[in-house]
Design a protein around this ligand. Structure first.
Ligand code: AMP
Ligand code: MG
Length: 370
């Protein structure tokens, strides 16, 4: 074996070893979309012999496996900067972090609490999207999610077992009714001038986990652009930002997972300078008496939304794609599609329980069913 081939083999062995480690870390993860910061992080030139300006990194951060591929003169530094930024955001948006802004707001019993400009901005955007979606996306749903026991486990990368939630059943109706009373984004009051937030409903809790990965994808794209990177693919466990184009100048081709057949794709979306996020009922769920209960809840009822099984949204920003995929999932086929159609620059793919695939008008040309 010549030296080149041997070093190639060693490199791939290292990558596979890291991937196995990431899976192990993924299995160990419990609770909080953004709870644990970069347990493992590798960055390496993707093509050290040839083009030095291409870099790739796989890191465990934002509660998921983040994969970044970037091309540009300072691609390696840029990718390293993004990994550090993702670790910073992991801590900022962790509502369980002691002394964190969100923990402070949630513990304040309705008193005003000062928060950072960044938390304020994302909270405002989340409240705007809650309003825009008629409350089907709601950042105050967290206590109900907790009651159902939908802890964050990254199935996609962390486990191939059907569900680690075996034995779960729906919560006691009285308990659910009690916790459900705390839900309602309109109870969140913002005093932008003084940088303060308060929760006016007793027992209310906010969580930005449902938009944090989208926000992180946006920040990653911003940082890469600042460093002169023109082409990159940022994948935060299904929250994707496609920066620029592929090296040959054509749009990135993103595989959309089939919601029922593991390892199979539903189709391919061609994407350039947009965010793409998918919400599926296969991500976290349990089955009880033959019914699947998944982690996306209808804030109006406190029960899992069941009309559709997968929603992919293409949007100008990761925050919008992330929030709107959850919102459209809750709204279902007709109302979800109507919401996506009504917004400029927003498109989507909705898969219903009979596996019918609905594609919004602006995406028909860019979506290739398989
Ligand atoms: P996603 O996978 O982006 O659809 O986000 C789903 C996660 O957001 C869940 O695991 C819950 O923690 C939380 N969530 C569930 N239902 C909602 C909802 N209707 N609005 C906001 N967040 C939600
Ligand atoms: Mg989402």
């Amino acid at each position: 074996m010549n030296n080149d081939r041997r070093s190639g083999l060693i490199r791939w062995t290292a990558v596979i070893a890291v991937a196995v480690l990431l899976v192990a870390v993924g299995i160990g993860l419990r609770r909080g979309a953004v709870q644990r910061a970069g347990a493992v992080s590798v960055a390496r030139p993707a093509n050290p012999e040839g083009t030095p300006n291409r870099a790739e990194s796989i890191a465990f951060t934002m509660g998921t496996v983040a994969r970044i591929t970037a091309e540009g003169e300072r691609a390696e530094e840029a990718v390293a900067a993004v990994t550090a930024e993702l670790d910073r955001l992991t801590a900022i948006f962790d509502r369980f972090r002691p002394y964190g802004d969100l923990a402070a707001v949630n513990a304040a019993g309705g008193e005003w609490v000062k928060v950072s400009g960044e938390v304020m901005t994302l909270l405002e955007e989340a409240l705007f999207l809650a309003e825009l979606s008629g409350g089907s996306f709601d950042p105050t749903i967290a206590p109900v999610v907790d009651l159902w026991g939908f802890v964050e486990v990254d199935h996609e990368h962390g486990s191939d077992s059907p569900t680690p939630m075996a034995g779960h059943k729906p919560p006691d109706p009285n308990e659910l009714a009690r916790v459900h009373k705390t839900v309602g984004y309109r109870g969140v009051e913002i005093d932008r001038e003084n940088g303060r937030v308060r929760l006016t409903v007793p027992g209310q809790q906010i969580d930005l986990g449902a938009v944090a990965k989208g926000y992180a994808a946006d920040r990653a794209a911003e940082l890469l652009r600042q460093q002169g990177v023109e082409r990159a693919l940022i994948d935060l466990g299904g929250d994707i930002y496609a920066l620029g184009t592929r090296p040959d100048g054509t749009p990135w081709r993103l595989g959309i997972r089939h919601p029922r057949v593991q390892g199979q794709l539903l189709g391919i979306v061609r994407a350039s300078d947009v965010a793409v996020a998918t919400s599926g009922d296969y991500e976290r769920y349990f089955e009880y008496q033959g019914v699947r209960y998944s982690h996306i809840l209808d804030p109006k009822t406190g029960w899992p939304a069941q009309e559709v099984i997968s929603v992919t949204v293409v949007a100008p920003s990761g925050v919008w794609a992330d929030a709107l995929s959850t919102a459209a999932f809750v709204l279902g086929k007709e109302r979800g599609a109507a919401l996506l159609e009504s917004l400029d620059g927003v498109e989507g793919i909705i898969v219903d329980r009979e596996l019918n695939v609905h594609v919004t008008s602006g995406l028909v040309d860019a979506f290739q069913p398989l």
